[in-house]
Design a protein around this ligand. Structure first.
Ligand SMILES: [Cu+2]
Length: 623
């Protein structure tokens, strides 16, 4: 009997195995595999343990203020890097350096990320980002994935479309989404056209000191400036920006800013503007070198475009730029060569605020009008120069040929894509393997988390005849734009190098100490597996005792110079938590305004005895 059962189970198991390994599941799901050697969609996105994704995807975290790092093709969320908002997981915004960098703001609205470039290619060194919420710009070092500098952009409210980076990271131009009076002064909205301006800033990056700066600003007309792109190759000295509300409406923009049939693309030559600034062609306003186009003429032109445009994107070869009215059915291909010729021949059709207007017909090369496609927002390119435009209203990505306007392919996405990002998409040589749709709405695509549904990102395979969505990932609110870079271009460090010149760093236990000067207490301590040492020469080295009202500064160096041994330092009940990465020295400053006994502990799990990595802050009451 036993033998028979064994024999039968053997047959059953054999059958099951055959089913599992040899069945054709290709009719399940959207993928049809013509050749059994071809990978299925799940195989295409599966990255086994021990292997790594091929690309990094840096997605803007929108009003979370943070940057989301994903791996492609797995579409796994790897890390959230805090940029414009506090982040208690990493202590960002609580330690002295990042607290000062955040400038007192607790949130941000991170819109557009952009990699630093060398010769028009991502060089993998830095990532820049803008904050629409509180008008700031930031730079992240990609050796450590940490933010090194944040600056506030004066005279601007909501630098939406930037960052976009010139070919060798000379400038990042930050135009404004909201026009405001210069200096953010009070001015009645009745005086909007005279007193309000849409100021654009030329932001610079000093790589040696890792500092952002502002070279000059341009007081553009009081319009809203949307997306932008820098020229490439033959157009490398130029840049383009879309505008809307050229009606200069001050209320009910939904209707009033869509009156005119056309808005404008601003085309400008930043090399010429640089020369203007060198020649003193600017006014000093609010501490900035301010160019007023009606007074400091040259280097800026307006090109009419279908009303309320969003994206304007330069082709990888730098010969053309593509823009679309976001309510329109068509994309327009503009030619740099034609624009240069029109400028040379001074073929102008009037001006606005001192900026000459070029004729649409003399710069336009063709219009592409895919059947029933609606709401073109943003265009990316592949390695053959073919264009991929997101259609917000018809929820799809359309592939088309900028040379002919011919529609080549289209793929539905779920739903309402804003931007898309192609592999190495904004460089002079996109990879063409993948494009990711950044969908504004995911409606019921995932397990429900209540009335507010997550957004989604969808990975589209470009390597076969037909485009196909091969992976979908939920994403926190709200990706606006993203950048995708080859993983091997980024070289991270594992341990911060020793910095003997840093007076706050302590690398040996004998140097730990607590110093008191009046009511100021400075602790120079060490975090190591699995203890804190604030002063090695005391009975309880892991205890700091201060008086109520003391100003306390604790410097901590993590001397575990090993991969991935990060410590945290939290003071229970004091609303303080910082992170100290391997080899790093970090500082927390506070006033001991609460008397009592407060345990301190390591917040970042570091060893089997992590739980023991504690101590006390004792605050002696005043009386
Ligand atoms: Cu620890």
């Amino acid at each position: 009997m036993k033998k028979i059962v064994t024999a039968i189970s053997g047959v059953v198991i054999g059958f099951l195995l055959a089913t599992v390994f040899f069945a054709d599941f290709t009719d399940i799901g959207p993928k049809s595999v013509a050749d059994s050697n071809e990978k299925s969609n799940s195989e295409k996105v599966y990255v086994p343990f021990g292997e790594k994704d091929e690309y990094y995807l840096f997605a803007s975290g929108g009003h979370s203020g943070q940057m989301f790092i994903y791996g492609v093709p797995s579409m796994r969320h790897i890390r959230t890097v805090p940029v414009f908002s506090q982040d208690s997981a990493t202590g960002y915004g609580w330690d002295k350096e990042t607290k000062e960098m955040l400038g007192g703001y607790t949130w941000g609205d991170l819109h557009h990320p952009a990699f630093s470039e060398t010769d028009g290619d991502y060089d993998g060194k830095y990532m820049f980002a803008t904050d629409v919420g509180n008008s700031r710009a930031a730079v992240m070092n990609l050796e450590t994935f940490t933010v090194k500098d944040i600056i506030s952009i004066p005279n601007t409210s909501g630098p939406h479309c930037a960052m976009f980076v010139t070919e060798n990271t000379e400038y990042m131009f930050l135009p404004t989404r909201f026009a405001v009076p210069i200096g953010h002064k009070y001015e009645p909205l009745d005086d909007y056209s005279e007193k309000y301006r849409g100021v654009m800033s030329a932001v610079t990056f000093d790589e040696k000191n890792e500092k952002l700066g502002i070279a000059y600003q341009i007081a553009l007309p009081p319009w809203s400036y949307d997306l932008s792109d820098a020229g490439k190759k033959m157009s490398k000295d130029w840049a383009v920006i879309t505008t809307y509300n050229t009606e200069e409406a001050t209320t009910n923009l939904e209707i009033n800013a869509s009156q005119a049939d056309r808005d404008f693309i601003l085309l400008f030559n930043w090399k010429e503007i640089e020369k203007m600034v060198e020649n003193g062609q600017y006014d000093e306003v609010e501490g900035q070198k301010m160019i007023f186009p009606e007074k400091h003429k040259g280097a800026m032109y307006l090109i009419p475009v279908a009303k309320s445009p969003h994206g304007v994107d330069v082709t990888p070869d730098g010969t053309r730029f593509i823009a679309s009215g976001k309510l329109a059915p068509a994309m327009t291909v503009f030619s740099f060569e034609k624009a240069f010729k029109a400028i040379e021949n001074k073929e102008f059709a009037g001006e606005r605020n001192g900026i000459p207007i070029l004729n649409y017909e003399s710069v336009m090369e063709r219009e592409a009008n895919p059947e029933n496609a609606l709401g073109p927002l943003h265009t990316q390119f592949d390695d053959e120069g073919m264009a991929y435009t997101t259609m917000f209203i018809s929820s799809e990505i359309v592939k088309w040929d900028p040379n002919t306007g011919e529609t080549l392919d289209r793929v539905p996405v779920q739903y309402s894509p804003g931007h898309s990002v192609a592999a190495e998409g904004d460089t002079v040589s996109p990879d063409g393997k993948y494009i990711v749709a950044l969908n504004k709405i995911a409606k019921d695509s995932f397990l429900s988390v209540g009335p507010s549904h997550p957004e989604s990102m969808q990975l589209i395979d470009l390597s076969q005849e037909k485009m196909e969505v091969i992976q979908t990932a939920p994403v926190n609110p709200e990706p606006h734009y993203a950048q995708m870079i080859k993983a091997d271009k980024i070289n991270t460090i594992t341990v911060y190098p020793k910095d003997e010149a840093n007076p706050n760093a302590v690398y040996s236990l004998e140097d730990t100490r607590i110093e008191r000067k009046g009511n100021e207490v400075h602790a120079y301590g060490i975090a190591m597996r699995s203890k804190f040492v604030f002063d090695v020469n005391t009975e309880r080295p892991d205890v700091i005792e201060v008086n109520e009202g003391d100003k306390v500064t604790i410097h901590l160096t993590n001397i575990d110079l090993d991969q991935d041994i990060t410590h945290g330092f939290a003071i229970n009940g004091y609303d303080l938590n910082i992170e100290i990465q391997p080899g790093q020295t970090n500082t927390v400053e506070f006033v001991a305004d609460k008397a009592g006994t407060f345990p301190v502990y390591c917040t970042n799990f570091c060893s089997a005895l992590h739980q023991e990595m504690t101590g006390y802050l004792l605050v002696k009451p005043k009386n």
